[in-house]
Design a protein around this ligand. Structure first.
Ligand SMILES: [Zn+2]
Length: 404
């Protein structure tokens, strides 16, 4: 049966897209929102009134744009509105923060897992995080409408199993999604009906956050490259959505061969991007053992900036390997922007011409496929991404934020 969509129906269907446009800063005024949604001003008036009634946004009637163009109401995130819980699990601890809409991350709380032995049951680790999260939530007057966890492991979809959790000392295939839900439920977290705590890979979430609030804003096909706990990770955001493949395991770029005679990789082969373009590769290139303290990495980068020849050579060596890896991915995906995580951003700063030139020189289409390389902008992209994950249900259906 075909039904004609009435104006209220259109308004309800546009509620989520409208909130996402305000959340990402793409629609700071009512007229910008009208243009972006392609609906009438009356409909947009009803949409913004409803989002305001849900305590998600505020509508400021004081005109902006006093210069050229028609004045319009300003749309902002309600500073007293609901929050979500964002959590990031590291190899040696975890970070928590409450996050409002608009990419506003509260003060992150860093907690070590030092008291827990490395082979601790994942259930105990996640319950420890959940208990700390409840303490954080109890100290806030704002209501919690979602929970997201960034994990240093690929996470399968839809089963949500942690695939490589060796860095956490967890068994392969740990049902991290189920255990995270269980931990928060047992700790007493109440979310709106139909909203479940979510978990995803940290690099994927960092890419999503950079796309919405950082250096990836406005990119149509954003490739994100970062050095994680266990090598080099990649992520792709297409038209604002993460591309995670059929089972959540796409963009495993760490296993690209960038030097067949290169360093030994855990996978048994040599010269994978994982071992050639991460922080240990810089240590090795500088003549230090790969397991030297990570503080040495910063020292080498600083020495390179100061003009030290050996340090510069080490930076250049790793930048070229990274460039070869990025070029291979660029050939396949044809992105319009590449955003680099912190370590690779430092390499770009240390080799601002060599790295882009290596990508352009190595990529099949050379300068025709010219892709801007940008440094990531967010201070805590993985945690910010966990917040994005947690906001996903409300962004899809803002009425979930209704109280009671
Ligand atoms: Zn490998």
């Amino acid at each position: 049966m075909t039904q004609t969509q009435t104006s209220p129906d259109r308004g309800r269907a546009a509620l989520g897209p409208a909130l996402e446009l305000i959340h990402t800063g793409a629609a700071p005024t009512r007229s910008a929102l009208t243009g972006a949604l392609g609906v009438t001003r009356t409909t947009v008036g009803a949409i913004t009134a409803e989002l305001e009634a849900l305590r998600l946004i505020t509508v400021d009637a004081r005109p902006v744009g006093a210069g050229r163009g028609r004045p319009s109401h300003r749309l902002e995130i309600d500073p007293q509105g609901p929050v979500v819980l964002a959590a990031q699990l590291h190899t040696d601890g975890f970070t928590l923060a409450l996050a409002g809409l608009g990419g506003r991350l509260g003060q992150p709380l860093d907690l070590p897992l030092a008291r827990l032995p490395r082979d601790t049951d994942p259930r105990v680790v996640l319950r420890t995080i959940a208990d700390e999260a409840m303490r954080l939530l109890a100290a806030s007057p704002r209501r919690c409408v979602g929970a997201g966890l960034a994990a240093p492991t690929p996470v399968t979809e839809p089963e949500r199993l942690a695939v490589i959790s060796a860095c956490l000392g967890w068994p392969t295939g740990t049902p991290i999604g189920e255990l995270w839900e269980e931990a928060l439920r047992d700790a007493g977290l109440l979310l709106p009906p139909g909203v479940a705590p979510a978990v995803a890979n940290d690099a994927n979430l960092a890419a999503l956050a950079e796309h919405r609030h950082g250096a990836g804003r406005g990119a149509r096909n954003l490739l994100y490259v970062t050095a994680g706990h266990e090598g080099v990770g990649g992520a792709l955001v297409v038209d604002g959505r993460l591309h995670t493949g059929s089972t959540g395991l796409a963009l495993e770029i760490g296993q690209l061969t960038v030097d067949p005679d290169g360093l030994q990789c855990r996978c048994g082969r040599r010269g994978c991007l994982d071992v050639e373009a991460g922080p240990p590769a810089l240590l090795t290139a500088y003549g230090l053992p790969a397991n030297a303290p990570l503080a040495e990495v910063d020292a080498i980068l600083a020495a390179a900036r100061a003009g030290d020849r050996a340090a510069r050579a080490a930076v250049d060596h790793v930048a070229v390997r990274l460039g070869h890896g990025i070029a291979a991915v660029v050939d396949i995906l044809n992105p319009d922007r590449v955003v680099l995580g912190p370590f690779h951003s430092a390499l770009l700063a240390g080799a601002p011409e060599l790295l882009p030139e290596t990508v352009a020189g190595r990529a099949h289409w050379g300068r025709f496929g010219c892709v801007p390389l940008r440094a990531a902008e967010l201070a805590a992209p993985e945690l910010a991404g966990a917040a994005e994950l947690a906001w996903a249900p409300v962004l899809a259906d803002p009425q979930l934020a209704a109280t009671g």
